[in-house]
Write a protein that binds this ligand. Structure first.
Ligand code: GLN
Length: 483
């Protein structure tokens, strides 16, 4: 079946001319039309546009002028990444009719290779959440069990890849939003080093933490996509050009040369099923010759408050631009300017976004700044130092991604604090700006996927991918049998 092929497999079939871009597009159009009603992964899907682009790709290949071997392969995109001429809503009413006049740099890079945009994917509003239930387009369902959430905020991206509604997708990760849904949906999700991928055209949530990355069915596909979208960009001053570019293809790493750190703090409060799956995998790595090193990341307990102070402070500043005047949907019932601001924001933002703006505004306000925001910045430095020290004695850190498997729909919605606490294992990698991947390794007793997290030193994505590929080769893919 075309829709069960990976990006690498599709490229091979296209190169051998055993398949056309139009056939790939039609296979996905059929599948999305049949199954997305159950999953709700797509916010925007335009089959006519997709078919036009696919036939243009086929024409290029027919004349030997294809842009790359990936020309004609469709990739689905989280709806906070700007796509020229295609709605980019961020899952929010306030951007409900926003169509960007430009492409994000990552989109331009995909298009340079001839890759097409399959559609725009559902997400938590402004990427704030861990379940994709805060979207104004309704919740996404987990393809492994439709009564459970796919995780968030890139829940649409993870569910689409898991349900074979896309060969691969892009998501964004501010505090775990690629890795956590990847873990919940049994796919591979990579958050690159902060600065590796341009954020130009990514609608900002927390600018010092946001990073774009791929969700895919294999490490090879995740590597390829990270390689394509990464690189210095003059339009994003925080993007960098390290000497070690990410190659398009990688090989397995010999585990006998690898020191794997296992942080004890990452196993506290973790469910038995997840703990068991991780321990089993770590024992296997040990048996395969890796050196397993128990380590301590002592600052882990401060990660949640540190993240929720910094992320909300940055969000309150970033979201100030949606005022219904310069930017964002305007209230139709406002009688004067004051009401226009108030009503546009009250009507346009959902509850979770409002909560974050208020929290962030509070911690940045005079009198509270030093006690909250400044203290969080200091704690962030301690978290960075924790990792620096750890990487003096290990090459990579292995840990669970989330303390549990996918929540039931609605389970955590009324308890924001509980929801924030569940991010404890992913947010430190954002605060420390290091690369981190989630790889599916097992299922729990209920059949829900469990992921393993691998965190590497700054700009050492190559090690993360190579070691990940070695781990992946012994794992049977976790198929979502929702049909
Ligand atoms: N769940 C976290 C939050 O709600 C992470 C979100 C993200 O990475 N975008 O902030």
């Amino acid at each position: 079946m075309i829709t069960s092929k990976t990006v690498v497999q599709l490229a091979d079939l296209l190169t051998k001319k055993e398949i056309s871009a139009v056939e790939i597009a039609n296979a996905y159009i059929d599948r999305i039309n049949t199954h997305d009603k159950k999953i709700n992964a797509y916010i925007t899907f335009n089959p006519e546009k997709l078919l036009i682009e696919a036939s243009q790709s086929d024409k290029r290949r027919a004349t030997g002028s294809e842009l790359s071997q990936y020309d004609g392969i469709p990739v689905a995109i989280k709806d906070n990444i700007c796509t020229k001429g295609m709605k980019t809503s961020c899952g929010s009413r306030i951007l409900g009719d926003y169509t960007p006049p430009y492409d994000a740099t990552v989109i331009a890079k995909l298009k340079e290779k001839g890759m097409t945009i399959l559609g725009k994917l559902n997400m938590d509003e402004f990427a704030m959440g861990s379940t994709t239930e805060t979207s104004c387009y309704g919740p996404v369902k987990n393809p492994h069990n439709l009564n459970h959430v796919p995780g968030g905020s890139s829940g649409g991206s993870a569910a689409a890849v898991a349900a074979h509604l896309a060969p691969a997708a892009l998501g964004s990760d501010t505090g775990g939003s690629i890795r956590q849904p990847a873990s919940f949906c049994g796919v591979t999700g990579m958050k690159p080093t902060y600065g590796r991928v341009s954020r130009f055209g990514l609608v900002a949530f927390a600018s010092s933490l946001d990073q774009i990355g791929p969700l895919a069915r294999t490490i090879d596909d995740a590597t390829l996509l990270t390689s394509i979208i990464s690189g210095k960009d003059t339009k994003d001053s925080t993007s960098v050009a390290p000497d070690n570019a990410i190659p398009e293809t990688i090989t397995c790493r010999d585990l006998k040369t690898v020191r794997i750190g296992v942080p004890e703090e990452y196993f506290e409060g973790v469910s038995d099923d997840t703990k068991h799956a991780l321990s089993k995998k770590i024992n296997e790595l040990d048996a395969a010759g890796a050196q397993i090193v128990p380590i301590s990341l002592k600052m882990t307990e401060f990660a949640v408050p540190t993240y929720y102070l910094i992320a909300t402070a940055e969000a309150s500043s970033n979201l100030a631009r949606y005022d219904g005047v310069k930017y964002g949907a305007r209230s139709k019932v406002a009688q004067n300017l004051d009401e226009l601001y108030k009503l546009s924001r009250s009507e346009g933002f959902g509850q979770e976004v409002k909560r974050r703006i208020i929290l962030g505004t509070y911690s940045l306000s005079s009198g509270y700044y030093d006690a909250y925001y400044l203290k969080a910045l200091k704690a962030r430095t301690c978290i960075i130092n924790d990792f620096k020290k750890a990487f003096e004695s290990v090459d990579i850190i292995a840990a669970p991604v989330v303390p549990s498997t996918a929540f039931r729909l609605g389970e955590n919605l009324s308890n924001p604090l509980e929801m924030y606490m569940s991010d404890i294992l992913t947010i430190s990698a954002n605060l420390a700006a290091i690369p981190s991947i989630s790889i599916p390794i097992a299922k729990d007793a209920k059949g829900l996927p469990i992921g393993m997290q691998l965190m590497g030193p700054h700009f050492d994505e190559k090690s993360v991918f190579e070691i990940g590929k070695t781990i992946e080769k012994d794992i049977t893919p976790l198929i979502a049998d929702f049909m």
